[in-house]
Structures are given as structure tokens and as C-alpha cells.
Ligand binder design. Structure first.
Ligand code: PFF
Length: 500
């Protein structure tokens, strides 16, 4: 334990937590989810989810990490020896996510470069699929696509470079640069967006409240789903980051700052993205609904088209958008890789350099699988399954374990309240012990039924079984397997684990 690295400043920790939370999900997922689920009316379930699940869980993860001062597996092991596997499960999930998240950032790097000359030409969708990704049918891998290698290599060099440098000189320093830069770039983008012709049409569509939707359970599930993903909870990330906090740290306040900053960025992204979509719809004489999209389609198909029809400085605008994706993505990628770097260090008592080289190196190698002609399908499937049956399920299991099996909420509450300016009360335990498990359980049940009765995106069954179910199940199995190894850390030998 002595010698555990520490953040240089409180702001450094908060910035890193925000850097993890603000990711691709904020820019390309939130705007569309809100639009599809009641527009302005969505803000009510969304804020409700933030206050009843997002921030309470964030406080729980911050407290576990800070109190037990370990990576997710070590912290869970110190909570209770039998819980170690939950930590490894979350770490395994994070490992899988890092393998494809890096690839999306690599695409965004290429597109930042393409923006200047609009290399994608007059048909960006055709360019993306046929020229850039050289796509083959779903379920096949095809051969490697060398052009994706180069930006992918850049992503890994930056991310692992930051991690080699450590918590303070690497992660904290990088977030101090990337986050302000991201905010400035994104603000310029949003200001330009809202002054475009037709921006109001888009904003109107985005904010127009559809009140009936509030009665629809699916809308509430979407709100909770967005909050969980967006705040990086259930990923082992927040436990890892808070394990580097000093003994005296205000946890509750930090959780509120992180939660509200993340949501502010999300709403800002909604405004920017829908203003731009309104512009496009007006240009084409179609409706906002025709243009609106999310994820890969929004970023790599719709946006290039919008950039093509921009009234001026097209290249700059494109670079601001894709550059923002790169910045937001890199800070999240760094946070997710740190989960296994830290876990490997704790468990096997190896140096940071070794842990980064082994963990990061392996993830980088696996990421090459997505730099193939069928990489897009693989990425889409792994992403969907690991989020729906990995992150969400591990999140559910962790709150049930902490709240019901180990009954640790009172201890954690006492710990965080002693350190924090304002205290959390009974509401906190109700949110974690009752509301969160109910909503997450319902969400999982629905998704399970949906995916057992139909193939995600209609992909071939063998492919869904391998890239979807197997990967999600493997994460649990690997979680268990890692608990078999003995803790190499003599000071924290397994006898010591419960002694905190
Ligand atoms: N909060 C992140 C986002 O909104 O994109 C979620 C995340 C995804 C974090 C992938 C880290 C990561 F590697």
C-alpha cells in the first residue's frame, strides 16, 4: 500500500473522472437517445436517473476505491474475499471495451485528417464502407485494412505513453490538457452550429417535449441506461481512479461535480448535434427525423455530408468535430486501460511499466482484429453485447453484492460522510439498495428476452454466439480464473485482505 501513486491535486482527480465520463457516448449517443425518447420531456427521467442512480453509484464507487485503496479486484477483495471476482469481471469487461474503443478513435483520427479536403467525396457512406473500411458481409473478417493500422498505432502510442508516465505525470497531466482543449473546441463548434441556417428547426425537434412518453417504461429504461454508460459506472474505472485519492478527500462533492459536469456536456452536445442536423434537414428540404442518427452512422456518414454542404471553412468545422471525438475518446480510453494496468500491478506486484506493456500490449494486439474488412460488424456486435450483458449485469451484481450480500452500505456511508462536506442520508441507501437494482434488473430482463428471440441487427447466429454471447460470458469466466492466482503483494497478502 505504501508507494501507491496519488493524484497531484483534487482538481486533477475530478478532471480525470470527467475525462473518463465524457466520451463518445456524450457526443454521439445522448443527443439521439434524448430525441427518440421524448425530446425535452426526456430531461425529467434523465435527471431523475442521474440523481437516483448515477450519482449514488458514483459515490459508492468513489468510496470503495478511496477506502480500500486498490484496483477494482483488490478493493472488492478487501470488502470481502469472496467478492474479488466481481472486480476481475469488471476489469475483463473493460479490457474488451478498450480493444474496440481504440479503433473508433483511430477512425476519428483519420476523419480529422480527411476533413480538410473532404476526402470522402460526394457520397460519404459509400466512401466509409467501400473505400475506407473495405467492408465485407457481416460475419466474415476478410483481410487486414492497412490504412486503419496507422491511426490505430497512433492511438496506442498516445494512450500507452500517457499510462507509462503514471497517475500524476501521465493521466492527470493528459486530462489537464485534453479536457480544456475539448471544451474549447466543442464550444466553438456549438456556437457555429446554433448560428447556422435551420439550426432552430433542429433545436425545436430536440427540445420539443413529448409528454406522453414520460409514461412509457422504455423511456425510463433508456434514461437509466444512458446515465450508467455515460458516467462510466460498472466499468471498474471509478474505483480505480478513486484508489489514488489521498486519505482526506471529499467524495460526495466530487461525485456531484463529476455527474453534473458530464450531464452538462451531454446537453451541450445535444444542442450542437441537433442544431447541425436542423441545418442539414433545411438544406435538403427534408425533416429532422430523416437526418437524425447516432453512433457510427452519425459521425462517419451524416457528419461528412453535413461538412460537405457547409457554408464555409468546411475543413475547420470537420476537424473540430472529429478532433472533439478524438479528445473525448482518448481520455476515456486511458481510464479504461488503467483498470487492468492497476489490477495487474496489485495482483502480481509488477511495475507500472510492465503492467502497461503486458495489458496494453495485449489489448493493442487484439484491436487489430477490428482493423479488418469485417471489423465494423465485429465491433458493433462486441460493443452491444459487452455493454448490455457485461457492464449492466456487472453493475447490477455489484450493487446487489454490496448492498444485500455484504451489507456494506452503512460502512461506506459512514466513511464517505466523515470525509465529505455534505452528507448522504437514507435516500442514498434506498437508491442503491432498491431503485438501482430494480431498474437494472428490469432493463436486463427486457434485453435478455429481446436478444433470445431475435438476432441483434439480423447478424448470422454463429456470429452472434461467438462475438456476442461468448465474449460476454468469457468476461465472467476470466473474472473467476484470475481469483485463483495468489496475491503477490506480500504486504497485502490474502490474509490481510479483509483487514481494512
Ligand atoms: N462514459 C464513456 C462514454 O460516454 O463514452 C463510457 C466509456 C466507454 C468509458 C468506453 C470508457 C471507455 F473506454
Amino acid at each position: 500500500m505504501e508507494g501507491r501513486e496519488q493524484w497531484g491535486t483534487r482538481a486533477g482527480f475530478v478532471l480525470a473522472a470527467i475525462g473518463s465520463a465524457v466520451g463518445l457516448g456524450n457526443i454521439w449517443r445522448f443527443p439521439y437517445v434524448a430525441y427518440e425518447n421524448g425530446g425535452g420531456a426526456f430531461l425529467i427521467p434523465y435527471l431523475f436517473a442521474l440523481l437516483t442512480a448515477g450519482i449514488p453509484l458514483l459515490i459508492m464507487e468513489f468510496t470503495i476505491g478511496q477506502k480500500y485503496r486498490g484496483s477494482a479486484p483488490l478493493s472488492y477483495a478487501r470488502l470481502n474475499k469472496k467478492a474479488e471476482w466481481i472486480g476481475w469481471w469488471q476489469v475483463a469487461i473493460s479490457f474488451v471495451i478498450s480493444t474496440f474503443y481504440a479503433v473508433i478513435i483511430a477512425w476519428a483520427i483519420s476523419y480529422t485528417y480527411f476533413s480538410f479536403r473532404q476526402t470522402w467525396g460526394s457520397n460519404p457512406t459509400d466512401f466509409l464502407l467501400n473505400d475506407f473500411l473495405q467492408i465485407v458481409d457481416p460475419g466474415q473478417l476478410g483481410s487486414f485494412v492497412p490504412t486503419i493500422f496507422i491511426p490505430l498505432l497512433i492511438v496506442w502510442v498516445i494512450a500507452l505513453g500517457v499510462l507509462f508516465k503514471g497517475v500524476k505525470k501521465g493521466i492527470e497531466f493528459a486530462n489537464r490538457i485534453f479536457i480544456p482543449l475539448l471544451v474549447v473546441m466543442f464550444l466553438i463548434l456549438v456556437i457555429r452550429a446554433v448560428t447556422l441556417d435551420g439550426a432552430m428547426v433542429g433545436l425545436d425537434a430536440f427540445f420539443k417535449p413529448n409528454w406522453e412518453e414520460i409514461m412509457n417504461p422504455a423511456v425510463w429504461v433508456a434514461a437509466y441506461g444512458q446515465i450508467f454508460f455515460s458516467l462510466s459506472i460498472g466499468f471498474a474505472i471509478m474505483i480505480t481512479y478513486s484508489s489514488y485519492l489521498p486519505r482526506k478527500s471529499d467524495l460526495n462533492n466530487n461525485a456531484f461535480i463529476t455527474g453534473f459536469s458530464n450531464s452538462s456536456f451531454e446537453i451541450l452536445a445535444g444542442i450542437g448535434v441537433f442544431a447541425i442536423i436542423g441545418f442539414m434537414a433545411t438544406q435538403q428540404g427534408t425533416s429532422v427525423d430523416e437526418v437524425a442518427a447516432d453512433g457510427i452512422a452519425l459521425a462517419f456518414m451524416v457528419f461528412p455530408e453535413i461538412i460537405n454542404s457547409f457554408p464555409g471553412l468546411n475543413g475547420l468545422f470537420g476537424a473540430l468535430f472529429f478532433g472533439s471525438l478524438v479528445m473525448a475518446g482518448l481520455t476515456s480510453l486511458v481510464s479504461i486501460i488503467e483498470t487492468y494496468v492497476s489490477a495487474l500491478q496489485d495482483k502480481f506486484k509488477i511495475t507500472r511499466t510492465k503492467a502497461v506493456a503486458i495489458g496494453g500490449g495485449l489489448s493493442a494486439l487484439i484491436s487489430i482484429l477490428y482493423a479488418t474488412q469485417g471489423g465494423l460488424w465485429l465491433l458493433d456486435t462486441v460493443d452491444y453485447f459487452i455493454n448490455h450483458f457485461g457492464v449492466a449485469l456487472a453493475g447490477l451484481v455489484s450493487v446487489i453484492a454490496v448492498a444485500w450480500f455484504m451489507r456494506k452500505l452503512p460502512d461506506l456511508q459512514k466513511h464517505t460522510n466523515e470525509l465529505s462536506d455534505f452528507r448522504v442520508g437514507l435516500w442514498w441507501k434506498i437508491c442503491l439498495g432498491v431503485i438501482t437494482p430494480l431498474v437494472l434488473g428490469f432493463m436486463l430482463y427486457q434485453n435478455l428476452i429481446l436478444n433470445l428471440t431475435s438476432n441483434y441487427e439480423g447478424y448470422p447466429t454463429y456470429f452472434i454466439i461467438i462475438a456476442g454471447w461468448t465474449v460476454a460470458i468469457l468476461a465472467i469466466v476470466i473474472g473467476f480464473l484470475f481469483t485463483i492466482f495468489k496475491w503477490k503483494n506480500n504486504k497485502n497478502s490474502s490474509d490481510d485482505l479483509g483487514g481494512f
